[in-house]
Design a protein around this ligand. Structure first.
Ligand code: NAD
Length: 506
């Protein structure tokens, strides 16, 4: 009898103080190839001791990095930018392998992340403060923005490269040091980025990467050496992160889940609209926080739109993310695939019209992959579970209303408020929508209005806990503290007497 073949799986290291470390940890996680269902790599889960080692490295690196002139920091950032551009395909392949998304989609998301590095290269300009001469007699005032200290980032599985890049280039350009805990489901790309950043000349300890689940996150939230936490993930965890950081006196921004509505008016170009909605709903298998998951069809738009959506959703090619001609890959895990399929069961049970059912899909040669076909529901109502919950999979639902007012009211009643879009040819209707909608990111005939890096990204309500969005000017504000200096240089003629009243400086 042949001996069973021993599979030697690669272990994804942590990155502490400028080098990879692969410690023996009591707990390890499996990293899957979602297209085959096989375990592709293993990842060590950090406990409090390894988190402390990463924070110690970041703390030791802080004084010199904080005092490095912003222009010099920017020069390292420029080299990092060039290396990231040179390795864009490799990073996209890593993201696609561990997440399952198609390679062209992964390339696009890596590009959007790289654009944050481009933004961070302008840090010297972004850190400029204010100056006012003579705010009182012989008194001048100026403000400076100084780094916060050691910052941490905790990121979700769905953008293994882009979401970490929303955080650490801006934080590090501002003079902070950083500890990143990427999703344990997609750990490899962050380690590759840490290697490239070191190659660009980043001093050891400025950027560290740890892996793990709740235990690692809790150690970050409890660590007194961490001063600010950026989180992106699901709403219950975002709320937990926000509350725990607030209790522990840390600055925090916690971006949560979403239920993004697209409102379609009868005057919209329906062919164009359906194409836009299909890409936004089923691209990346619906595992995007800016995916359109609910269409609000107004009046006569509904019947023709649903027919077009059905036709186009049926035509989507589903397969492994690295196969050519594929539009949509598998979901992240078997468990998540089954959860999303369970929502299709729930929609049927609640009485929505199932126009297209993706549950029976089989992908040739990928029997154990985490695939689910495209599903489409019509005549969904707001009480149904498929409307109330974020599904995060290839399930698009259509709700029908009679007027734009009803559509706006429906969107505004939803507790999530990440992104939304309107499809119309009426400037007046679009303007009213832009003005009245209570959502952080709005598209007009643009289904996924993800802001470019020099604007800020973030939702409202249950899609963001905290005040400041990520990247753009708000990112710089999050990663810096303002100091205001008021000064006078007395000379012989300066009157001098003890002052017991509130100084008015006039
Ligand atoms: P998740 O909340 O399960 O995990 C996010 C991070 O938190 C991971 O690093 C994970 O290890 C950690 N984590 C998980 N459970 C935890 C717990 N109980 N306590 C402490 N930490 C915990 O999210 P996910 O499944 O990785 O990603 C999908 C979610 O992220 C979706 O809800 C999606 O909408 C959201 N998301 C939001 C945005 C945004 O910008 N608002 C962007 C991308 C993804």
């Amino acid at each position: 009898m042949n001996k069973p073949v021993e599979l030697r799986l690669e272990t994804v290291p942590l990155w502490i103080n400028g080098k990879p470390v692969a410690p023996a940890t009591p707990r390890m996680g499996d990293v899957f190839n979602p297209a085959t269902g096989q375990v592709a790599r293993r990842v060590p889960f950090a406990g409090a001791d390894l988190i402390d080692a990463a924070v110690k490295a970041a703390t030791a690196a802080l004084p010199a990095w904080r005092d490095t002139p912003p222009l010099r920091r920017a020069r390292i950032m420029q080299k990092f930018l060039a290396l990231m551009q040179a390795h864009q395909s490799e990073l996209a392949r890593l993201a696609s392998q561990e997440h399952g998304k198609t390679l062209p989609d992964a390339m696009g998301s890596v590009q959007r992340g790289i654009e944050v590095i481009e933004f961070a290269c302008g840090i010297a300009q972004l850190l400029k403060g204010e100056f006012s001469e003579n705010v009182g007699s012989q008194v001048d005032t100026h403000s400076v923005r100084q780094p916060v200290g050691v910052c941490a980032g905790i990121t979700p599985f769905n953008f293994p490269v882009m979401v970490p890049l929303w955080m650490f280039p801006v934080a590090i350009a501002c003079g902070n040091t950083f500890v990143l805990k990427p999703s344990e489901k997609v750990p490899s790309a962050s380690i590759r980025m840490a290697g490239l950043f070191r190659e660009a000349g980043l001093p050891d300890g400025v950027f560290n990467v740890v892996h793990g689940d709740k235990e690692a996150v809790d150690a970050i939230l409890a660590h007194p050496g961490i001063h600010a936490v950026s989180f992106v993930g699901s709403t219950p965890v975002a709320k937990y992160i926000y509350e725990t950081c607030a209790r522990n006196g840390k600055r925090v921004q916690a971006l949560g889940g979403a239920k993004n509505h697209a409102v379609v008016l009868p005057d919209a170009d329906l062919e164009f609209t359906a194409d836009a909605l299909i890409g936004a709903a089923y691209g990346s298998a619906g595992e995007r926080c800016m995916a359109i998951s609910a269409v609000v069809a107004v009046g006569a738009a509904a019947d023709p739109l649903v027919a077009l959506l059905k036709k186009k959703a049926q035509a989507i090619k589903i397969g492994p993310g690295d196969a050519s001609g594929v539009d949509m890959g598998p979901l992240i895990t078997q468990q998540h695939r089954d959860k999303v399929a369970g929502y299709v069961d729930a929609g049927e049970k609640d009485g929505a019209t199932l126009v297209l059912d993706g549950r029976g899909l089989k992908v040739k040669g990928c029997d154990a992959g985490f695939f689910l076909g495209t599903s489409l529901f019509d005549r969904v109502t707001p009480e149904m579970k498929i409307y109330r919950d974020e599904i995060f999979g290839p399930v698009l639902i259509v709700l029908r209303v009679n007027t734009l007012e009803e559509a706006i009211a429906l969107v505004n009643r939803n507790p999530y408020a990440n992104g939304t879009a309107i499809f119309t040819e009426s400037g007046g209707a679009a303007r009213r929508f832009e003005n009245e909608i209570q959502v952080g990111m709005v598209g007009v005939n643009v289904p996924i209005p993800v802001p470019v890096a020099f604007y800020s990204f973030g939702g409202w309500k249950n899609s963001l806990f905290g005040d400041l969005h990520v990247h753009g000017v708000e990112g710089v504000k999050f990663y810096t503290r303002t100091k205001v200096i008021t000064k006078r240089w007395p000379h012989q003629d300066t009157p001098s007497a003890p002052g017991f009243n509130m100084p008015t400086l006039g």
